[in-house]
Design a protein around this ligand. Sequence first.
Ligand code: BGC
Length: 339
Amino acid sequence: MRKMKLLTVILAVCMMLTSCQGVQQEDEKASIRIGISLYRGDDTFINNIRGILEEKAKEYERENDIKVTLDIQDAKGSQNIQNDQVERFISLGCDVLCINPVDRMDASVIIDRAMTAHVPVVFFNRQPVEEDMNRWDKLYYVGVDAKETAVLQGKMVVDLYRKQPEAVDLNGDGVVSYVMLEGETSHQDSLIRTEWSVQTLKDGRVPIEKITGGIANWERSQASALMEQWLTEYPDTIELVISNNDDMALGAIDALEREGISRINVIGIDGTTPGLEALENGKLLGTVSANKERYGSVIMELAAGCALGEELPEEYPLEDGTYYWTPQEILIHKIEENP
Ligand code: BGC
């Protein structure tokens, strides 16, 4: 009888322990906290991605019945501010970090902190150097392939030139005179986009001539100032503006509008909200648009997977188990509608 009682007590204790463990496990899986730091909150493309991340977090919550808390911070272009934000995220107990690094060459401080605290990091848009990425198997990168972007940008002009040379060589002198607007020099996308868009035009046998070019650091106002200067320096010469992103393309369009010029073709990259608007009304000839829905989904799935110890869904293959390259497409304004 005594033995029976003892057995019942042991059983009851075991059941209590198991059920407590169950509650604890459920608690652990019931919510995740993601620390996100943006290199600059006022960057149009990054802002688009931010909006999508917020949407995807809500979607993930609904579909998986898990509370997702996003702590989004703006590093305002300072690596020191970003390092402090990472420190804070870790002390707040974030399960995973999504970092858009200010200085992609200097991600080591972030990686050191994350590794010590065992908090995985999903970097995006500004790609840390390979040596840094190879330091830990809990480091990921989501972005677009810069060469692919540039080849698509060049291809849209090549295709148009083949179909309607007069729509590209506006004065019909057999040469397409272009200017180039470049992003930040330290950004992996700038150099590659500049090189490969031009190379693709050459490979596609579009007879091109570079009038001039300049660095406008991805910014609309800087591009607008450069374009204004070029229009004065090279009147009636420019036929095509090739821009490393939509915001600088829009800056060039601002300058053209101030001068009352509408004929010059302007092409961008990104497919941002204002970029798509300009495309729609024919001010922008074309852009290369990353699939931003996918971009946001992959960041969210990777982050949640890291936090919950789950694999990334098979539909999102990672190169070397680390890199995800977001698909992109050419969007071009229907030239027949152009004046
Ligand atoms: C985008 C730019 C953006 C930059 C920020 C680039 O990939 O094309 O629009 O300003 O990333 O890092």
